[in-house]
Write a protein that binds this ligand. Sequence first.
Ligand code: ADP
Ligand code: ASP
Ligand code: MG
Length: 411
Amino acid sequence: MALLVQKFGGTSVGTIERIEAVAEKVKGFREQGHDLVIVVSAMSGETNRLIALAKEIMDEPTPRELDVLVSTGEQVTIALLAMALQKRGVPARSYTGHQVRILTDQSYNKARILQIDEQRIRSDLDQGRVVIVAGFQGVDEDGNITTLGRGGSDTTGVALAAALKADECQIYTDVDGVYTTDPRVVDTARRLEKITFEEMLEMASLGSKVLQIRAVEFAGKYNVPLRVLHSFKEGSGTLITVEDDGSMEQPVVSGIAFSRDEAKLTILGVPDVPGVATRILKPISDANIEVDIIVQNVGADNKTDFTFTVGRGDYKRALEILQNLKDELNAREVRGDSKIAKVSIVGVGMRSHAGVATKMLDALSQEGINILMISTSEIKISVVIDEKYLELAVRALHSAFELDADKSKEE
Ligand code: ADP
Ligand code: ASP
Ligand code: MG
């Protein structure tokens, strides 16, 4: 018998039939004697639909009202799942984030969970009920509804598991675990039995949306055992673990992440004097635009070319800011490119291996892929390339680092 927090994502509750199937599954776990807290997302497509409605009224919807709107998606699925369980004779109760009291800070649309009041949940569990909690939403100290950012139901699941000291947080989704890369893009991608928190954090932050970054951060910080599984297929999924104890041979690269959500800006020929980088980046950060990779290069004429990447959604605004800065900084030219992508290799095994970057660059050059920018850290190397080569690059790297599944061994 265990206390489990199980989160079911949007496609897993995307139709009434699937909600009924989730209820069957939960009933099975209940019959095994487990205490269950179930977190659900909105039906797939619903959050997008609600955001689109808001945008029909205003281009940039007011953040507070947007949260009031998008949080309704999860309120629908908690009630439907509770009904589907009750119909099966399983006592169940649904709660919104506000009712549990998932207290967050006040940053609408990207709120952080500060505290969870688990009393109500515990008392329901003690009375033999399955507790169903709306993912993605919370409430600030003034009672305003907040949401946790796209994919935020994962974080609700992990945070509840941490607060309740659950035995495991299980993320049920439409893939049977974490793969070496997105299996929708590379069909030779392989499911990982295990991946370390560190690697998973890099994968999530570099574009693999199978888990929300904050969920992984939270699980790492509070030591929540976290597992990704398929909602409707049997299997042990992927366990996210603490650093490998060395008992297993560590591959150099564990996974490949990628993101199309990138854009690149360059301001050319600015004087090479102290403070220039700040003068370029300050107005960007003042506009709340996050900068990712930065490259600065001093030419023979003592002028600097300064290049950085931002999320594609911020591209136009960032370009405008640079264009306004051009004269003030005495720059020669401003250039931008929004058709780029970032591909990253991730692995704790990189720490103990030399030559990983060379191998990566070599694999890409053999495919004739030009590298626009490179950024490295202890356990990842990212390259920025032309968007049109993205899939080719991911496949080439997947083979070069021997991640391909051996299809001949399957069924
Ligand atoms: P949910 O609605 O259940 O939260 P998501 O769509 O957010 O599901 O996440 C699951 C999807 O993540 C998969 O369908 C898959 O395409 C994608 N994905 C991206 N990278 C990976 C990866 N490395 N391993 C598994 N899935 C991945
Ligand atoms: N429904 C929200 C979204 O689509 C939260 C989630 O599914 O995790 O982003
Ligand atoms: Mg998700």
